[in-house]
Design a protein around this ligand. Structure first.
Ligand code: SF4
Length: 614
């Protein structure tokens, strides 16, 4: 099965602590690189090509999902998108709502493709419709990204379409093979309406009650049937993000397959790459697919192995076949990855546990063909070279203590980043609940004696799947606000934020929590400047907004700091990557495991040590 769902109460690891192929590849490339990106959460510059790959994949999947017997080539892109989803974002097994494909009658025969060429033209038409929208939505996402880099003008829509068409051609080879094999071994069952537990997404429900509506009773397989039968499994593009992973039965590893072909009784896992396959990264894709083969084997009780692994390099118009690992190789991989999980995910390693120890750069040419390794070291192109000892940086990082800022008479106390705890637990009485009738998240105010705080509900559910607040919450209830994030808004009012790591639950009479007045609103921190970022936009009121930010690192942690552009002061623009800076009078905020800083008018951003460059 391509998907294995875990019941949250039985999940011994949790969705954020699993190992993934990208984590394994990053750690093997360089433990320090992994530490910076996965533990300290440094985000590499987000160039358009990273978004283009997702747009190309989405266009291909949306096209594959559709049927030339139901939609004309110019049909609206969202004809099949209203899939009933369950509360976790997975296409629903129990919903009684109609599925989009069930609402459509088959087109008259003269409007359906009659041969492979007209099928190709239909599919290209669908790719054009979907790609245009997918690229537009990726462009918006890229524009909003605070680490946006590069220029969207570098994206060539014609080249993107070419990559999609290359993917289509690879799929049409499967359709042709299916025609040649008269539908393959499953034709009869498919015609009767039999479907695997996880059918290929086609906007129909999991189980059909009668024969397949696009099948014919008997005779040779038709072109339309071959299109339907060969459709690979992929994540339904309408499903929730990360909702459809395959997860190791012991929960410590997960992966999300791109395409799985299985119509001919063989299992072929395909990874789509919107690239030509040049350079070191192509080595990662080989390892990724080998790990997926292992995951398939393990999630099938070690009784079923994949038959083929392929990387489709859409930019090079070539397929790279990867040799499937043997059972003993997969067993070895499993135990190696499990040890890696214990080492880097079960508990969080420290900086010194992750040495700047890059692996040699590998060489690949177009199509992911291995060539002699280039004469270069990984650090040369690494995004973190200016702060890492492998490049021009060092590990002699700030660690809190007393600092005197220029022009001030007294020292200020700097808190190490790793010691900042933005969460507190309060017990209080519900003073008011508003907005419930309108079907919104309630607006709750809490009181503790004469002190009040507003509750800001940012989510509906705690990460363990429980509701974020009692559904019948009412004025006068005594409640515990567990691990909420207290902040002060611009009016000086206390706000208690509820994110996926916080929740409100009924409190017993003897339960006690912190005093609202114990909340410390301002902190002083110091660290190396890793990068700056900015975001601009237009608010609902039509006014433009502009925010700036910085990522800083000390010996104990890292922190993303954000604030309105005008509040940063001149030193922000003068600071260079690698400078040591102090941020005094900073508000604390958080989202899940990430601790963040909020700049205000009273915050001071000061360079205290300039980076030395040769
Ligand atoms: S600069 Fe070199 S050692 Fe440092 S993280 Fe990058 S690859 Fe690793």
């Amino acid at each position: 099965m391509p998907v294995s769902l875990v019941t949250p109460s039985e999940d011994s690891v949790g969705p954020y602590n699993r190992l993934s192929a990208s984590q394994v590849n990053a750690y093997r490339a360089c433990p320090r690189l992994w530490f910076y990106e996965k533990v300290r959460r440094f985000k590499m510059p987000q160039i358009p090509v990273l978004f283009v790959g997702r747009a190309v994949e989405e266009a291909i999947c949306r096209m594959l999902m559709e049927s030339p017997a139901l939609l004309v080539s110019k049909a609206s892109s969202d004809t099949l998108s209203a899939i009933p989803l369950d509360e976790t974002g997975v296409p629903s097994r129990s919903s009684l709502d109609p599925w989009p494909a069930e609402r459509l009658l088959a087109l008259p025969k003269n409007l359906q493709p009659q041969n492979l060429e007209s099928l190709r033209q239909w599919a290209i038409g669908r790719l054009k419709v979907h790609l245009h929208l997918a690229l537009n939505s990726m462009k918006e996402e890229w524009k909003k990204d605070e680490r946006r880099a590069g220029d969207w003008k570098s994206v060539n829509p014609d080249y993107c379409l070419k990559m999609c068409v290359n993917g289509l051609e690879f799929h049409l080879r499967e359709v042709q093979r299916c025609l040649d094999q008269n539908g393959g071994p499953g034709l009869k069952e498919w015609r009767k309406g039999a479907r695997p537990e996880w059918p290929a997404p086609d906007a129909r429900r999991y189980k059909l009650s009668n024969q397949h509506p696009l099948s014919q009773q008997e005779g040779d397989v038709t072109l339309i049937e071959a299109w339907e039968i060969t459709r690979p499994w992929f994540v339904d593009p309408n499903a929730g993000k990360f909702a459809m992973n395959a997860i190791h039965p012991e929960h410590w590893f997960q992966g999300e397959y791109d395409l799985i072909y299985r119509w001919d009784g063989r299992i072929n896992i395909v990874d789509l790459k919107a690239s030509v396959g040049r350079g070191d990264r192509s080595g990662n894709y080989v390892e990724q697919l080998r790990m997926y083969a292992m995951l398939w084997w393990i999630t099938h009780e070690k009784k079923e192995q994949v038959d083929a692994l392929e990387i489709w390099y859409l930019g090079a118009n070539s397929i790279k076949s990867i040799a499937c690992p043997t059972v003993s190789e997969m067993a070895g991989m499993e135990s190696e990855l499990e040890s890696m999980w214990h080492q880097i995910r079960e508990t969080t390693p420290m900086l010194e546990d992750c040495p700047p120890n890059p692996s040699p750069v590998r060489g690949f040419k177009d199509g992911g063909v291995a060539i002699e390794a280039p004469d270069e070291v990984r650090c040369t192109r690494c995004d973190w070279a200016s702060v890492c000892p492998g490049g021009q940086g060092d590990d002699d990082l700030p660690v809190g203590g007393l600092v005197r800022l220029p022009g001030t008479p007294t020292d200020i106390d700097i808190t190490p980043l790793g010691e900042l705890d933005p969460r507190m637990t309060f017990v209080g009485e519900v003073f008011s609940v508003m907005g419930v009738k309108e079907g919104h998240r309630p607006r709750i105010t809490i009181s503790q004696g004469n002190h009040f705080a507003k509750v800001i509900l940012l989510v509906d559910q705690h990460q363990d799947g429980e509701p974020s607040w009692p559904q019948n919450i009412a004025k006068g209830d005594r409640v515990k606000l567990d691990k909420v994030i207290p902040t002060a808004n611009w009016k000086g009012e206390i706000e208690l934020k509820v994110d996926p790591h916080a929740c409100i639950v009924p409190a017993s009479d003897d339960e006690v929590g912190s005093d609202l007045m114990e909340f410390r609103a301002r902190w002083n921190v110091a660290g190396r400047l890793i990068y700056r970022f900015e975001k601009r936009g237009v608010g609902r009121n039509g006014k433009e907004w502009h925010r700036k930010g910085a990522m800083i690192l000390d010996a104990t942690g890292a922190m993303k700091i954000e604030g309105w552009a005008n509040d940063w002061g001149a030193q922000y623009d003068l600071a260079q990557i690698g400078d040591t800076i102090v941020v005094a009078n900073l508000g604390l905020d958080a989202w899940a495991v990430e601790v963040r800083g909020n700049i205000s008018q009273n915050t001071k951003f000061q360079i205290i040590e300039r980076v030395q460059r040769d």
